[in-house]
Design a protein around this ligand. Structure first.
Ligand code: P1T
Length: 387
């Protein structure tokens, strides 16, 4: 990150963090350097870029931005969130172990269980709301603690600072998937995490038009290891996608402000709705981890899960299918409101018994509350629930 970014506040960092006008013509946005390679005057005689898997100026601009907004020193961009996770786990060797939250994105679970476990890396999945209980799962082979907070989709909150203390004590790295919160709400590196990871497909991109993953770290040696994997495995993103996420990040703070406002209204609306049973949103005072959320988050975000009262699978599917302003779709974090049915969509790759233990039951609906007019969103939910 450039020196001048270090003194700027978050709402300035989203726009200027790690950025400078392009050297060639002063272009304020970085050009989309749609090139695979760069001319050399003699072998090794280049201007810092030699091949676009190893580095591309548009991607570098995005990597500097994520480092700046997460309070890190180094950023790395990948072709998807899962590609970024894949790069982190590739730092491990057979015999190494990972302790992970048991409530997490279904695709992350699938990557851990079906790609890396057969290669000899062991994963332990557990609830981490009681941070002290994590120490019982950690042993001398534990290399990594993997945390989502808020978790997808149950909106559990895990105490990043306390978990980072446990990781440090056992010489393990703490990775926080910050996709749901974004650095607008919480900055894990400031709380002791070693790596922060994003599906930038979500809030950072913000417009549901790109799939991309990001990592940010403070430590140079760790950055070097991850950069080596990024370049050697090659799961990088292209310049156009880098540009789109960089553009999205510039409005992150204003979008998040409205996501939080609308999220708060919808959470209370659902809590008072006769057709709704439980509402999972960390802003409620009776949310089991509300105190941790208040401590480590600036606000409570736009992600909400809820169960339909006496909701069978058929009734729940009917509710999500009747929505008209909310779109029934995978993903989250865009300006438009989305609804999903985790059990059959985003979390279908987790065995039924395991997902039901964490609360991902057939009557569960997950909302990504967008930034539309709040009355239109409430009316839409009301008509679908009453249909
Ligand atoms: O989809 P991709 O960009 O590869 O990111 C994967 C990912 C990682 N971490 C979290 C917390 C996520 O939510 C995701 C992707 N999630 C969805 C597509 C979803 O609808 O939940």
């Amino acid at each position: 990150m450039s020196e001048h970014s270090k003194n700027l506040n978050f709402n300035t960092l989203t726009i200027h963090g790690g950025q400078k006008p392009d050297a060639a013509y002063g272009s304020v946005m970085p050009p989309i350097y749609q090139t695979s390679t760069y001319a050399q005057t003699e072998p090794g005689g280049h201007k810092g870029f030699e091949y676009s898997r190893s580095g591309n100026p548009t991607r570098t601009a995005l990597e500097n931005s994520i480092a700046a907004i997460e309070g890190g020193n180094y950023g790395m961009a990948f072709g998807s969130g899962l590609a970024a996770i894949d790069a982190v786990i590739k730092m491990l060797k057979p015999g190494d172990e990972v302790v992970s939250t048991n409530d997490l994105y279904g695709g992350t679970y699938r990557l851990f269980r079906t790609i890396f476990e057969p290669l000899g890396i062991k994963f332990h999945f557990m609830a981490m709301e009681d941070a002290d209980s994590i120490a019982e799962m950690v042993n001398e082979r534990t290399r990594l603690i993997w945390v989502e907070t808020p978790t997808n989709p149950m909106m559990n909150i895990n105490d990043i600072e306390r978990i980072s203390g446990i990781a440090r004590k056992h010489n393990a790295l703490l990775v926080v998937d910050n996709t749901f919160a974004t650095p607008y709400l919480q900055r894990p590196l400031d709380m002791g995490a070693d790596i922060v990871m994003h599906s930038a497909t979500k809030y950072l991109g913000g417009h549901s038009d790109v799939v991309l993953g990001l990592l940010a770290v403070k430590d140079k040696a760790l950055a070097d290891k991850l950069y080596y994997i990024q370049n050697s495995s090659g799961a990088v993103c292209g310049p156009m996608d880098s540009f789109l996420v960089l553009r999205g990040i510039k409005t992150l703070h204003v979008r998040m402000q409205r996501h939080c406002e609308n999220g708060r209204e919808i959470a209370h609306f659902l809590k008072n709705h006769p057709k709704v049973d439980k509402v999972y949103w960390p802003g409620f005072e009776d949310h089991p981890n509300h105190a941790i959320a208040k401590k480590q988050m600036k606000d409570f975000g736009g992600m909400i899960s809820f169960t339909v009262k006496s909701g069978t699978l058929a009734e729940t599917v009917k509710v999500v299918s009747k929505l008209r302003v909310f779109t029934l779709a995978e993903s989250l974090g865009g300006v438009e409101s989305l609804a999903g049915h985790p059990a059959s969509m985003t979390h279908a790759s987790i065995p039924k018994e395991e997902r039901e233990k964490t609360g991902v039951v057939d009557s569960l609906i997950r909302l990504s509350v967008g930034i539309e007019d709040i009355d239109d969103l409430k009316n839409d939910l009301d008509q679908a629930l009453n249909a």
